[in-house]
Design a protein around this ligand. Structure first.
Ligand SMILES: [Fe+2]
Ligand SMILES: [Fe+2]
Length: 327
């Protein structure tokens, strides 16, 4: 249970009240039913086609075409691909057409929030035979990916002269994400899934504005929504182990969301006046992207019941309630 000593900077009352009000609408467990125990809810699930893009070239340096482009779709197993080219301007003013490839892959449905993803996070494939295993493996992978994201945030805050309490809070958040990874990995294992390793491209230094853009998307939007979804799961999951794990995670995620807003409040004053509207715009864009993604996906029934994920309608309602804070 969090207490005042866990708080390194003032609580964000508007954020906490908004989240508490929205969670008040979560259906209580007795309403969604918990009469029968099932065998872990491991049932087949519908998959959908996901896509990632790559600018990689063929091993001999040549541009891929539609017949051989699977050779560059190596990050995760792909079943089809399509090539395009995009005009690219070079530092000497010259322009060339650079090839890029859409790689299509099979992705399990029903993903919740993505937490704080670091820049340069490489795609990975979840090895699981059921929806719950796949969901918790992806959750554990994203929790693990949040660790380098917070460590980098702590380093960058220090480099930009941020107050010590923000730096300490970012470091402590990295430690909390390690605990979240362990909890989610245990749930994934229970459903026969393994968690892929996190691979992140090396970080390079960036401006305060670039840091804030990431913080707006991954923190103010991603972790705020993540805290809300975790709180919802802690109340509605039929699986008692999920409720227990998620109630601890939800408390931490709420502090991570508070940290994101505190970082934005501290740093915005240091931005050039013309950069501030751009930052607000980036936050709004991230929010609307999330809204579109949520509107496209109806989580599998087993994820709604056992893992407590909000249904599409419930998730859209939660997002509507966050609009006052975010957009
Ligand atoms: Fe987390
Ligand atoms: Fe987090």
């Amino acid at each position: 249970m969090a207490n005042d000593k866990d708080h390194l900077f003032p609580r964000n009352l508007l954020l906490r009240q908004t989240v508490a009000r929205l969670l008040f609408a979560a259906p209580v467990l007795s309403v969604i039913g918990c009469a029968e125990e099932e065998d872990g809810g491991c049932i087949p699930y519908d998959a959908y086609e996901g896509r990632y893009d790559t600018y990689d070239r063929l091993p001999d340096g040549g541009a891929p075409n539609d017949l051989n482009c699977l050779e560059v779709c190596t990050k995760i197993t792909s079943h089809r691909c399509q090539t395009h080219s995009v005009p690219t301007t070079h530092p000497d003013g010259g322009e060339t057409l650079e090839p890029y490839t859409n790689c299509y892959t099979t992705v399990p449905a029903g993903c919740a929030s993505d937490g704080r993803r670091p820049e340069g996070l490489q795609a990975a494939r979840m090895e699981a035979r059921c929806a719950l295993g796949s969901h918790f493996a992806r959750m554990a992978w994203l929790e693990a990916a949040s660790v380098p994201a917070f460590l980098r945030l702590a380093e960058e805050l220090k480099a930009h002269g941020a107050p010590a309490e923000l730096i300490r809070a970012a470091r402590r958040s990295a430690g909390e994400e390690v605990r979240h990874t362990r909890a989610a990995r245990a749930l994934a294992r229970r459903h026969g899934a393994t968690v892929p390793a996190v691979e992140v491209a090396p970080f390079s230094s960036r401006s305060l504005e670039a840091l804030l853009w990431e913080n707006a998307k991954e923190g103010c939007v991603g972790e705020t929504y993540g805290a809300l979804v975790a709180g919802w799961q802690a109340r509605t999951a039929r699986d008692a182990q999920v409720r227990e794990a998620l109630s601890r995670i939800a408390e931490d995620e709420l502090r991570h969301a508070e940290l994101s807003w505190a970082v934005e409040a501290w740093a915005t004053e240091r931005l050039a006046p013309d950069a501030r509207p751009r930052l607000r715009e980036a936050r709004r864009d991230a929010f609307h992207d999330l809204e579109r993604r949520v509107a496209r996906e109806e989580p599998d029934a087993v994820l709604v019941q056992e893992a407590g994920l909000p249904s599409r309608d419930a998730a859209l309602h939660l997002l509507q309630g966050l609009q006052v804070l975010i957009a």
